[in-house]
Design a protein around this ligand. Structure first.
Ligand SMILES: *[C@@H]1O[C@H](CO)[C@@H](O)[C@H](O)[C@H]1NC(C)=O
Ligand SMILES: *[C@@H]1O[C@H](CO)[C@@H](O)[C@H](O)[C@H]1NC(C)=O
Ligand SMILES: *[C@@H]1O[C@H](CO)[C@@H](O)[C@H](O)[C@H]1NC(C)=O
Ligand SMILES: *[C@@H]1O[C@H](CO)[C@@H](O)[C@H](O)[C@H]1NC(C)=O
Ligand SMILES: *[C@@H]1O[C@H](CO)[C@@H](O)[C@H](O)[C@H]1NC(C)=O
Ligand SMILES: *[C@@H]1O[C@H](CO)[C@@H](O)[C@H](O)[C@H]1NC(C)=O
Ligand SMILES: *[C@@H]1O[C@H](CO)[C@@H](O)[C@H](O)[C@H]1NC(C)=O
Length: 566
């Protein structure tokens, strides 16, 4: 149903879709200019969706495109048998507000038009052609896990919205017409994105048997109700839930505080393992079983990070954590009815790799056997290269590798909170997902699914950005940012068990190319390539596929594409 842009038709489609029970959710983005770019606006009756494209025959190619100029998941269909170049047209937006810095003047050359610079200084550059080799025979890791975090803040904000908008959040993230997430991360107890720090069994004090941890917290029960709705609206039959604890109740800790330099007292090591098991059992009793846990969120915050981290955290050194994992958590989980729950290690920044695990091994040589996966947060990735991850993967090639947290706005030099509509922030995600997925990652979990206009709320005024911002003032709109589409260019088009295949850009050694690609073979045999053009100029791309030969594409400036063909 193309170009259903008129409000009345859009509204009618939604109404008809609901009443007919056979929803056709395909509606284009309602683009609005914002402080830092543009967002797609959803309200109770309107939200943009795209049916997952079906490749009907061998000669078909489908390109899904987003651009700084205003494309959002725009679908272009081509016929490979015609051997004609496929041009992604981003000229549909005539509004000057949505113009990027470059315009094509003819077939061969492009203008680089910089704002407020006189005509005579325009750069008249030729359009470069890049060759991308796609070698399907060379395959790498599977990619199956995409999601975000259902924090206390997310739960709180969603509850403030009308149910139709809550549903648009769930559908936008989880449904195949949205970006098809299949996993969420949630805290065991509180996190930094809650209204206050909290844990189970805060009272009574000094209670190693956790006699007062017999049921979930009301905040969990609210999340469970919301997740039930999420599963129905998002059509996720088996939602994967990953749990991670930020801190034990204060009485278990050396400093008796939520934050600061503090560790678990060794007399409570077994209690802390039991605490995790109880959480797993209680979540299962609510029909919301946990798929995986980590050994704890960002363990170095309570050892070296406490100078700048002021939220709930609990310190571990790798030596201590290996002892707890090997002697307490590992055996407790594996000898229980929850033995199938996966355990991920580290759950901290990239710069701790691979040393963290090597130190663990040096203190308990079998401790790593309890780990099914390695979890890493992306926050310092732009300064620390992926080689550290490669080393950890070489040490432990059979463990799942996941990014388990990401957001922008945490650094002193960044805007703390959303830069509404920022294309640059979307590009940071594009580069990061592309890099990790070319370094053996099996998936990525982003941080808060939604935040308010300030990037909160939470008890530490820790304000950051999120892919979807809710208008907590009017409670009648949500804003899908470029970050949302950046993630979606991967998650929506890579069904579970997609496998990465080799792709290579000719002359990629040039770091200023600002063109990247990562490729996958999907379970149905089709190829999905995610291509990023970071230049202010259009580029011509020749795909050289090992089975299909050459495919020509012209991509607009500052744009992302998911290219699908058989
Ligand atoms: C919701 O958005 C649609 C599309 O922009 C618009 O036509 C409609 O008036 C909006 N509804 C409300 C209640 O604002
Ligand atoms: C751009 O440069 C080419 C080659 O130098 C020239 O032929 C063409 O006229 C120029 N285009 C514009 C619009 O100035
Ligand atoms: C790639 O490198 C080769 C050899 O250095 C050169 O001839 C070719 O023009 C380059 N191609 C591009 C697109 O830069
Ligand atoms: C158990 O925890 C609740 C709070 O969840 C608290 O109100 C109550 O006092 C605790 N019971 C005991 C015996 O400490
Ligand atoms: C692991 O450590 C145990 C206890 O220190 C020791 O007995 C065992 O030999 C070690 N195993 C290996 C493979 O190093
Ligand atoms: C995906 O890769 C992980 C990590 O190598 C592996 O444990 C898992 O079995 C793989 N899954 C499939 C379906 O191949
Ligand atoms: C939220 O809604 C209010 C009321 O409609 C509006 O004034 C405000 O600009 C909106 N916020 C954003 C970020 O668009």
């Amino acid at each position: 149903m193309p170009d259903m842009k008129t409000p009345l038709l859009g509204f009618l489609t939604t109404v008809i879709a609901i009443s007919a029970g056979a929803p056709d959710w395909q509606l284009p983005c309602d683009l609005r200019e914002t402080s830092h770019g543009s967002v797609c606006v959803c309200n109770s009756t309107y939200c943009d969706y795209l049916e997952p494209p079906q490749l009907t025959d061998i000669s078909q190619i489908v390109v899904i495109s987003s651009s700084k100029d205003g494309l959002r998941f725009k679908k272009t269909t081509g016929d490979l048998s015609k051997k004609k170049p496929i041009t992604i047209d981003d000229k549909q937006f005539t509004d000057e507000n949505f113009k990027a810095d470059a315009i094509v003047v003819d077939q061969e050359r492009a203008w680089l038009q910089l704002a407020n610079i006189p005509q005579s200084l325009f750069i008249n550059a030729s359009i470069k052609t890049y060759r991308i080799f796609v070698k399907r025979e060379q395959s790498f890791q599977n990619v199956s896990i995409f999601g975000g975090a259902f924090t206390g803040t997310v739960s709180y904000l969603l509850k403030e919205l009308p149910v139709e908008l809550q549903d648009h959040v769930y559908r936008s993230y989880f449904h195949p017409v949205g970006i098809a997430y299949n996993t969420i991360r949630m805290s065991i107890g509180g996190s930094d994105f809650d209204m206050e720090p909290w844990a189970y069994n805060e009272l009574p004090l000094h209670d190693p048997k956790l006699s007062n941890f017999t049921e979930l917290d009301p905040r969990d029960l609210q999340k469970v109700e919301q997740l039930k709705r999420l599963k129905i609206i998002g059509k996720v039959d088996s939602l994967k839930i990953m749990g991670a604890a930020w801190s034990a109740p204060t009485w278990m800790k050396s400093n008796n505080r939520w934050t600061g330099f503090g560790q678990l007292k060794s007399e409570y090591y077994q209690t802390w393992a039991l605490y995790h098991l109880k959480f797993l059992e209680l979540m299962r009793s609510k029909n919301m079983p946990i798929w995986a846990i980590s050994t704890g969120n960002e363990p170095l915050n309570g050892v070296i990070g406490f100078f700048f981290v002021h939220f709930m955290s609990m310190g571990w050194t790798p030596w201590q954590q290996a002892i707890w994992l090997n002697d307490n958590l590992g055996p407790t989980i594996r000898n229980s009815a929850e033995s199938k729950v996966l355990i991920f290690g580290n759950d901290d920044q990239r710069y701790t790799y691979p040393t963290w695990f090597r130190k663990m091994r040096s203190s308990r040589n079998n401790s790593l056997n309890y780990l099914d996966g390695l979890a890493v947060h992306w926050y310092w990735d732009e300064l620390i290269g992926p080689q550290l991850i490669d080393q950890a993967h070489t040490d432990m090639p059979n463990k799942l590798l996941l990014n388990t947290e990401s957001c922008i706005g945490d650094k002193p030099w960044q805007t703390h909170g959303p830069e509404l509509g920022s294309w640059q922030r979307g590009e940071s995600y594009m580069r990061a997902y592309t890099q990790d997925l070319t370094h053996n990652f099996n998936g990525w979990l982003d941080w808060n699914l939604v935040l308010d206009e300030q990037g909160g709320p939470n008890y530490v005024k820790n304000f950051v950005d999120a892919p979807i911002i809710v208008n907590a003032t009017s409670r009648s709109e949500i804003y899908k940012q470029p970050i949302f589409y950046a993630i979606g260019h991967f998650s929506k088009f890579l069904p579970p068990d997609s496998v990465r295949i080799e792709t290579r850009i000719e002359n990629q050694s040039n770091p200023f190319t600002q063109l990247s690609v990562v490729g996958f073979q999907r379970p149905d045999g089709s190829v999905a390539l995610i291509i990023y053009n970071g230049q202010n100029l259009p580029v011509d791309v020749t795909l050289d596929d090992s089975q299909r030969g050459a495919i020509q594409l012209r991509l607009p400036p500052r744009s992302w594409h998911t290219v699908l063909y058989k």
